[in-house]
Design a protein around this ligand. Structure first.
Ligand code: MRU
Length: 353
């Protein structure tokens, strides 16, 4: 049986303005926001109105195009492009996709700024951002195709954070694999970690799974160990914000704990990510900048205070899963089964990356 799954697009470009679903409002309200300046875009990334490594990259690329158009419209010198670039880069530090996408936009800008008229430059930059967007969608579908082979015909799959349409151009990485497997007719139940404190699992992944009609249970982050120990989970699949040369993975806080549990109970632990998430210039996970967010995100839930004012909270947003805890990395070019520097380099080089 093949099922048809509804497509969800988290962003829309219209008349050189970017429209995004406000992910802070989900699942209670589907509110679309207009981002018409690069400052709006930077704020949307920083405040997590949009989030997820691939989507941050895509939105950053559109933000750069919007910024250059703004400079031209306001009659400002193109020398100020560097300020646009830096503002967008200084939003979130961990997901490498943002820096990858902005570097790609910057190189095109440097090449085209003296070759093209202002109008042509604007069009070309928006087209490049759109290319990054479309490439991500195709990469996601391909990750889904490769990855779903790893999911048994009948499976309980545990996932963390949100790695679906809302975190990407519209299909998803880890959740994309689950969608692809479900679309292919597999009998899947998803166990969704709520993912404190931003609740990407409870608010976003669960919302997506409802839209798609995929059976799921929402679980508290701290129940994963119990469920795994009872044999209730067949496979864990997560996304990534950055994968270093040796195969260490930065992902949403709590991912590392799941990898330890998977190892202890001998169940597969897969990472799904496009090759744009690899950072081969960084040797290992200990060199990845880990974002620390405001303690309010832990001490408050919505508008409700849930901890004493005097208590200090520590809000690391990501953790590092060591390469040896990972059973495989699913990319749009295929699956890396042996996670070490040599096999990663060979895999990427052989595929022209
Ligand atoms: O803080 P977020 O919501 O941007 O973190 C997102 C994650 O950690 C995801 O798991 C990761 O970016 C992969 S998204 C396809």
């Amino acid at each position: 049986m093949v099922r048809k799954i509804k497509d969800i697009r988290p962003i829309e470009l219209k008349d050189y303005k970017l429209y995004v679903i406000n992910q802070l409002k989900l699942p209670l309200e589907e509110q679309w926001l207009e981002l018409s300046t690069y400052g709006d875009v930077a704020k949307a990334i920083k405040d997590m109105i949009i989030r997820g490594a691939p989507l941050i990259g895509i939105v950053g690329a559109y933000g750069f195009a919007i910024g250059i158009k703004q400079l031209i419209d306001e009659g400002k010198p193109l020398d100020e492009a560097e300020k646009v670039l830096e503002t967008l880069k200084n939003t979130r530090p961990t997901a490498v996709n943002l820096f990858w996408a902005l570097d790609r936009m910057w190189k095109k800008f440097e090449k085209w700024k003296n070759e093209k008229s202002p109008d042509e430059l604007i069009k070309a930059l928006f087209k490049e951002a759109n290319r990054i967007d479309l490439e991500d969608y195709h990469a996601n579908k391909s990750i889904g195709g490769y990855g779903q082979v790893l999911i048994p015909e009948k499976a309980n799959v545990l996932t963390h954070c949100n790695t679906g349409a809302l975190a990407t151009s519209g299909w998803g990485t880890a959740l994309g694999v689950i969608r692809s497997a479900y679309e292919d007719g597999k009998d899947i139940t998803v166990y969704v970690d709520e993912t404190r404190p931003y609740l990407q699992g409870a608010r976003l992944t669960a919302w997506e799974l409802v839209q798609e009609g995929i059976p799921h249970y929402l679980i508290t982050d701290n129940s994963a160990g119990f469920l795994i120990s009872k044999g209730l989970i067949d496979v864990i699949i997560v996304g990534a914000d950055r994968i270093t040369a040796n195969g260490d993975v930065a992902n949403k806080i709590g991912t590392f704990t799941l990898s330890v549990l998977a190892k202890e109970f001998n169940i597969p632990f897969y990472v799904a990510a496009p090759t744009t998430t690899f950072d081969l210039n960084t040797e290992s996970g200990k060199d990845i900048p880990i974002e620390v967010r405001n303690e309010k995100e832990i001490k408050e839930c919505g508008s409700c205070k849930i901890a004493p004012e005097e208590t200090k909270a520590l809000n690391y947003s990501f953790d590092i899963t060591p390469a040896e805890n990972i059973s495989g990395i699913i990319t749009e070019k295929g699956i890396i089964n042996e996670i070490n520097k040599e096999s990663i380099m060979k895999f990427l080089k052989y595929r022209g990356i």
